[in-house]
Design a protein around this ligand. Sequence first.
Ligand code: LMR
Length: 414
Amino acid sequence: YSANIQQLPPDPMFGLKARYVKDTRENKVDLGIGAYRDDNGKPWILPSVKLAENLILNSKDYNHEYLPINGLPEFTSSAAKVILGNDSKAITEDRLISTQTLSGTGALHVAGLFIREYFKSNDQSDNTLPLIYMSNPTWANHFQLFELLGFKTATYPYWNSNSKSLDLDGFLNSIKNAPKGSVFVLHATAHNPTGLDPTTDQWKQILNLISENNHLPLFDSAYQGFSSGSLEKDAWAVREGVNNNNYKFPGILICQSFAKNVGMYGERIGAVHVVLNEHNSILNNAVKSHLAKIIRSEISNPPGYGAKIVAKILNTPEIYSQWEKDLITMSSRINRMRQELVSELQRLQTPGTWNHITEQQGMFSFTGLNPEQVSKLENDHGIYLLGSGRASVAGLNPSNVKYVAQSIDKVVRE
Ligand code: LMR
């Protein structure tokens, strides 16, 4: 068998990180992996996390026992309220089943396994798996994650590189032409990698057609709070899908990550939420038991530490308010950096237009730089971003933003 195992190329994100770490240039800049950095370019432990952590570590009940298979109940129930809102009908009508996962990637994996077993569309009497549709472009890991589970993947047009805006017509046509009962993976907010989200009106058109064509919407919510600074605003699309009765979806899946919005990347805190169309306690229990089987057979039970911290933040009003402030600190610093980068590029009269960088939102900017320019930035200037031209704006700070603008200016002119 060994002859069939060929070495794969390094992961695009973590391979980039490894090259950055090896680079000995003092002025190197990391605009690769989407992880928040403060004004000094350092990882930031959120004040809300410190408050929650203190309470937990000093509590007399503190221990490292196993969590239940479906996770810490006070975490999953409050996580559902963060994404759906306290008064969501899915919660009040008991149509929601949640399970704790290994952050957003774990949520997508559990969602994929669940779809593979239980989502058979009407059109697919031969039991073929539904096609998984993803935006073009999307987070690179989406493809391998679903393909490893045996799914075929397809893309829907999203980014129009000429206008640097949403290709809505292409997107809508894809929804119409997809085999009925396909799965549409939707970035809930702060689209990765483009930083471009549909408007509320565009979302309505998208969701309407997904519903008319009996597709399953799967929301990937990894950056709630990063687009607008408001948890509520950033959950608009998910809440519209869940609460508007005009849509008749076969169900809704929501994959929720807390890696970014509590800044606990390595603790792997997340959840998958299954929203059913109507309350049916037998089905509810059945879904819960199948999610539990998936978790038990794969990881036995989810990790506790991060979930306890997030549950404490979400269930302690003063710490929750601090968290809301922390989200504003992060999102507004990123926005400031977008503005500084663009005004510096404009001051240098760098050829091209750069306004899209300030119009985009969330952690990333799809700069429009081509692979050759990206590789010059890395090789000649020690500035690391993805080959697609995606920059993690959080990697900019007052000490490096001018250097980055000057370097972009040079590679664009070369
Ligand atoms: C990113 O897109 O940079 C993040 O989601 C980190 C990752 O795991 O790829």
